[in-house]
Design a binder for this molecule. Structure first.
Ligand code: FES
Length: 318
């Protein structure tokens, strides 16, 4: 069960075209939970919808958290609300930070940010700069006016470590193949941004021979699922005799909730892994972006927020 922390918006700044930052402080005073670069929080809006945002302030700062939010015209309403409705002194509820994009022990890091994906990458770069680590940042946006936090990033880590690329300036194109052409066991790459950008970086790295264990990424929106079918199926809860019918078009998580089974959830898009549930029998139709290919092939767990079943019945353990 998520424990929600009530926070007040103490600062709101326009950082770039379509991007606003918010500073959040606990209404009750005191410190917020500690966090590490790459972490995100859930934000629960007054309507009850929950969205995930990476933390992008200094990781040592537990007096306040900072978020960067891109206004997404085609989004699900969270960013639209944050951009249009919230002002300083308004309050929100947030979860404690969770980190699904943590940095590894490494000799060198190559960081790639696409658009608003700069938020966790900036926290990582600032952390690496503080520790004197060897790293470089490649930051791609559609135009200079959309490059949020660029000055802050350059001041914090040194302009020489940052290369910026703008889609509207073709002379400044990112050449991922030459940046990634020499994978080394001690070098790790980190990428966050839109799906197309991330797929380009990750595919380029794979072709250059990078080990999956040296490639770290975080997606902030899911591409629409391509289900193998939208057939109804049955979930059996091991050890309880409970049998739950999942209707065509109904998320398995919702069917479980309707049956009184409370599975923790967050993104409800197959990104965060919060709803991961053990499977003891049956084959799931994985539609998430959280599990690796090897984990999906094992078929011993699934994300009921978006995944379904390839067999008429799945037996789960809760
Ligand atoms: S709730 Fe995030 S993967 Fe299911």
């Amino acid at each position: 069960m998520t424990e929600w922390i009530k926070v007040r918006i103490t600062d709101r700044q326009v950082e770039a075209e379509g991007i606003v930052s918010f500073a959040l402080e606990p209404v009750a005073g005191g410190d917020l939970p500690r966090w590490q670069a790459g972490a995100h929080i859930d934000v629960r809006l007054p309507s009850g919808i929950v969205r995930q945002y990476s933390l992008c302030g200094p990781a040592e700062d537990t007096r306040s958290y900072q978020l960067g939010v891109l206004k997404e015209a085609a989004g699900r309403g969270g960013s639209e609300y944050l951009h249009s409705s919230l002002r300083q002194v308004d309050t929100l509820e947030i979860s404690a930070p969770r980190n699904l994009f943590a940095m590894a022990a490494q000799d060198r890091a190559i960081l790639f940010a696409g658009g608003i994906g700069v938020t966790p990458i900036m926290a990582m770069a600032e952390r690496l700069a503080l520790t004197g680590a060897e790293f470089e940042v490649h930051y791609c946006t559609r135009s200079q006016t959309r490059a949020a936090f660029r000055d802050r990033l350059e001041n914090a880590v040194g302009a020489g470590r940052i290369s910026c690329y703008f889609d509207d300036q073709p002379g400044l194109a990112l050449d991922a193949a030459s940046i990634l052409d020499r994978p080394e066991p001690g070098t790790h790459l980190y990428v966050c941004g839109p799906d197309g950008f991330m797929n380009h970086i990750l595919d380029t790295a794979r072709k250059a021979g990078w080990s999956p264990s040296n490639m770290h990424f975080e997606r902030f929106s899911a591409t629409p699922a391509q289900p193998g079918g939208d057939e109804p199926f049955t979930i059996v809860v091991e050890g309880t005799g409970q049998i739950i019918e999942v209707a065509a078009g109904q998320p398995a998580l919702q069917a479980l909730e309707d049956a009184g089974i409370d599975i923790p959830k967050s993104c409800e898009q197959g990104i965060c892994g919060t709803c991961l549930t053990d499977i003891v029998e049956g084959i799931p139709d994985h539609q998430d972006m959280f599990l690796s290919d090897a984990e999906k092939a094992a078929n011993d767990c699934f994300t009921p927020c978006c995944s379904r079943a390839l067999t008429p019945r799945l037996t789960i353990r809760i």
